[in-house]
Write a protein of this length. Sequence first.
Length: 176
Amino acid sequence: MKEVALRRPHYGARLWAELGRIGGEHDAFIKVIIVERIIKAIVLIALAIGLLVAGRTGLLTGWAQFAQDQLNLAAGHSLIVQLLFTLIVYIGTFSHTTLLAMGAIVYALLEGTEGVGLAMRRRWAEYLTVIATGILIPLEAYEVIHHVTLFKVGALLLNVAVVGYLAYRKRLFVGI
């Protein structure tokens, strides 16, 4: 019947087709943002899996602490953050490594959503990218001021460029 011909393709097929047309409307910087977000999501998932495995075996504890410091994933030293962290550890009996892995997974999902949404040319993805990235810029600036590394400076500059470019070039907040 004709119903078979009119059925909408599966979500995975539509996503793959959209990602295949990535070169269409996107300019070079948007492509860089898309690739950076998707690669970051993949790396964070791999990091989370590694941390979960290392957390069970007790291996790589020093490496996990180093990664936490370098990726600005440290819990911080404020009283509220420490109380919340203690509460989460008490309730769930999670280790630092497990909580770091869970945070990496959540962050990977956010980054992946931004990348795929931008690749599919969704307006909400532009807003999500600007807001999620913009919220973290003050924390990144604080980290750069107190613990300067080349990685942190590069990440800060890239994120400022992403927010500035999307907000200005895509005219996201004009008329609000």
